[in-house]
Design a protein around this ligand. Sequence first.
Ligand SMILES: NC(=O)c1ccc[n+]([C@@H]2O[C@H](COP(=O)([O-])OP(=O)(O)OC[C@H]3O[C@@H](n4cnc5c(N)ncnc54)[C@H](O)[C@@H]3O)[C@@H](O)[C@H]2O)c1
Ligand SMILES: [Zn+2]
Ligand SMILES: [Zn+2]
Length: 361
Amino acid sequence: MAQQVKAVIARAKGAPVEVTTIVVPDPGPGEAVVRIQACGVCHTDLHYREGGINDEFPFLLGHEAAGIVESVGEGVTEVGPGDFVILNWRAVCGQCRACKRGRPQYCFATHNAGQKMTLLDGTELSPALGIGAFAEKTLVAAGQCTKVDPAAEPAVAGLLGCGVMAGLGAAINTGGVGRGDSVAVIGCGGVGGAAVLGSRLAGAAKIIAVDIDDRKLAGAQRLGATHTVNSRTTDPVEAIRALTDGNGADVVVDAVGRPETYTQAFYARDLAGTVVLVGVPTPEMKLELPLLDVFGRGGALKSSWYGDCLPSRDFPMLIDLYLQGRLDLGAFVTETIPLDGVEQAFARMHEGDVLRSVVVL
Ligand SMILES: NC(=O)c1ccc[n+]([C@@H]2O[C@H](COP(=O)([O-])OP(=O)(O)OC[C@H]3O[C@@H](n4cnc5c(N)ncnc54)[C@H](O)[C@@H]3O)[C@@H](O)[C@H]2O)c1
Ligand SMILES: [Zn+2]
Ligand SMILES: [Zn+2]
């Protein structure tokens, strides 16, 4: 029997989000219904609401979630009812050319639920990143459920499902930050803050946090930044060079995703250093760089989708480090809010008041 549950949707571009009743079908073959316990508010949800991702409204928002598997469809063996899981947006197919070459983190055909969740009138919903978890329950592909130690707090665990994993992975997977490296992170919200934390975990010697908001810089310091630069008042390229003996950082992570921050990242890295773009640009943004500088400075310009993570490999390991007290994932939960608090949470995100607001059900 399909179920009716409360959920947060974005009906039209720019309109405030609303809590409404949606219909969640029973899981079909390869699918699972998950009772959501917690779901973080990510900047990408706001991008969806503003029509910055695509125009397939209405969206069922929310995608940084943890919960309990309620039921599974035919043929599902990897998870079962009662399992504590983090939802992921990289359920790899195992069949595409990336998977077959042993690079499943680049899978081109990741799985989502085949059936659609709908409004009461039958209108099909587009779940954010194929998840849609500002909802009492959601329908996903079973491979989108990653089992982790149930001792973890759902509000903390869920954040690994997107932004925190994206930031940690941007530093340690995509950027390959290692012991003794110098790292600069531009934009220290949930994603950039996690890149700072990941750099510390990997043993970076110098971690320079850059933001336009002093509160975010203070937060980054608590996560492991060794130096901070307010780029509203100080030129970040000069500051990063000055802090690295005039060279620039080995790895610079752009966790904002604007032409100006990318340009800063490009010139703030050392010769042969690596730039990692993890912030998501909007369609109208253009980048202009002297091609000779792109060539002459060498190194690598990389983009990071979801921190190049493999959920089955990374989520349980990171949750274990968290439970051992070695990775302060709890620091990202600024506040917990009810399902009808998402619109206000967007406003607070916009004002820079929070790292993460987390809906707890
Ligand atoms: N690549 C991925 O897989 C992935 C996953 C999740 C989120 N994201 C993207 O990462 C970005 C950050 O997400 P978030 O949730 O951390 O957002 P957030 O709003 O919490 O943080 C953004 C931070 O950037 C700072 N900032 C804004 N403009 C700046 C500028 N010009 N210079 C320096 N700092 C600036 C803000 O003060 C804030 O601290 C978003 O674009 C989001 O869509 C990407
Ligand atoms: Zn694949
Ligand atoms: Zn996200």
